[in-house]
Design a protein around this ligand. Structure first.
Ligand SMILES: NC(=O)c1ccc[n+]([C@@H]2O[C@H](COP(=O)([O-])OP(=O)(O)OC[C@H]3O[C@@H](n4cnc5c(N)ncnc54)[C@H](O)[C@@H]3O)[C@@H](O)[C@H]2O)c1
Length: 352
């Protein structure tokens, strides 16, 4: 099995690459532009393995992607490369449109040309998995879940660009017959997570005794999934999912942001006691503009049809994650020097 993964130096991409290379023994080509979010130390466990290769390339660079695909001859393309941070998309949306929309378009075009030239057997086996987010569905009220047929209603430049890319992926399937499947997942957390996102930022700030910013009143709810559960779901979806379908991925772990932060404080106080409870470091700060109130995934289609189940619940997953950050400062210290948690994504008020 030959799998081309885009964005494999990122958080979820590197978990997927480690899983495919080590656990599944597949041949993997990781194509990544190494933006601020791409970090090769996350791939230390697979470096030097004969079934793993890395290509430093941008998915918007057609000649480079055509060459990569024609030389590697993948059976599957799993597309994760993206600009992924909502706050950054508010500060500047251009890279989001470029990579998430134009880059996905480019990759679909290259995949279509490659797939259309394959012999019958390989053509029938080929799959393109477009990896997306539940944020395309917008915001939920107190009740209800996102199902695969929930209408798209994105709020941020990030989620709008992902929604655009999902539509392109679906259109390339319906119009050209490219064997595309789309997955929409809830918020991920776990090892190797870039410390600009809520959970790793909270862990590292709390360890350093620094303030723990919580947006707004902390009531916003996210549905958390341990990243290794997501990696396994993606492999199952591309393997057994039906062409043209969407599969929602989520672990039934809804938590208010403030409770997530409190939980991390509790776990850290237990594993690495400080002289005062870390909860005292919590500080409520100006809310994110357009902040979605609640996300929650109905993953029954993936569970019933393809037999996937999340192995971790939030309590087991967060304990593993905190322990991982305690044990692996070689990984995060250089990133903390580059990015110390400055606030992004605030919209300045304009007068008249
Ligand atoms: N993080 C989450 O909670 C979450 C949840 C659901 C879905 N997703 C989706 O999963 C995918 C991966 O998310 P992540 O959190 O690992 O993101 P990430 O930001 O950690 O990693 C993105 C990777 O893509 C690479 N990249 C960016 N632009 C590129 C380009 N033009 N060409 C090639 N490579 C490029 C980066 O270098 C980086 O390695 C994204 O498509 C994201 O929308 C993320």
């Amino acid at each position: 099995m030959r799998v081309l993964v885009t964005g494999g130096a990122g958080f979820i991409g590197s978990a997927l690459v480690r899983y495919l290379v080590i656990d599944k023994g597949y041949d993997v080509l990781n194509v990544d532009a190494l933006t601020y979010a791409g970090y090769l130390p996350s791939l230390r466990a697979v470096e030097g393995r004969p079934n793993y290769r890395f290509l430093h390339a941008n998915i918007c660079d057609s000649p480079a992607i055509i060459k990569a695909v024609s030389e590697f001859e993948p059976d599957r393309i799993m597309h994760l490369a993206a600009e992924s941070h909502v706050d950054r998309s508010i500060t500047g949306a251009s890279d989001f449109i470029q990579t998430n929309v134009i880059g996905t378009f480019n990759l679909l075009e290259v995949a279509k040309d490659y797939w259309s030239r394959l012999g019958n057997d390989r053509k029938a086996r080929f799959r393109f998995l477009h990896v997306s987010t539940d944020e395309v569905y917008g915001s939920l009220g107190a009740a209800g879940l996102f199902a695969e047929n929930t209408p798209y209603d994105p709020s941020s430049p990030y989620s709008a660009s992902k929604a655009g890319s999902d539509h392109l992926a679906k259109a390339w399937q319906r119009t050209y017959g490219l064997p595309v499947i789309v997955s929409n997942c809830s918020n991920n957390y776990g090892p190797y997570h870039f410390p600009e996102k809520l959970i790793p930022l909270t862990i590292l700030n709390a360890l350093a005794g620094e303030r723990l910013p919580v947006y707004g009143n902390g009531e916003n709810i996210r549905d958390w999934l341990y990243v290794e559960d997501h990696a396994q779901a993606l492999d199952i979806i591309v393997d057994r999912g039906r062409i043209g379908e969407t599969y929602n991925v989520g672990g039934r772990n809804e938590r208010r942001n403030v409770d997530v932060v409190r939980r991390i404080c509790d776990v850290l106080d237990r594993l690495s006691p400080a002289n005062r409870p870390r909860e005292e470091l919590i500080e409520f700060v100006t809310d994110r503009p357009g902040h979605d109130a609640r996300y929650a995934i109905d993953a029954r289609k993936l569970e019933d049809e393809l037999g996937w189940r999340a192995k971790e619940n939030f309590e087991t997953g967060i304990a593993k994650t905190v322990q991982w950050y305690l044990d692996n400062d070689w990984w995060w210290r250089p990133l903390r020097e580059r990015y110390a948690g400055e606030r992004l994504g605030l919209v300045r008020a304009t007068n008249g």
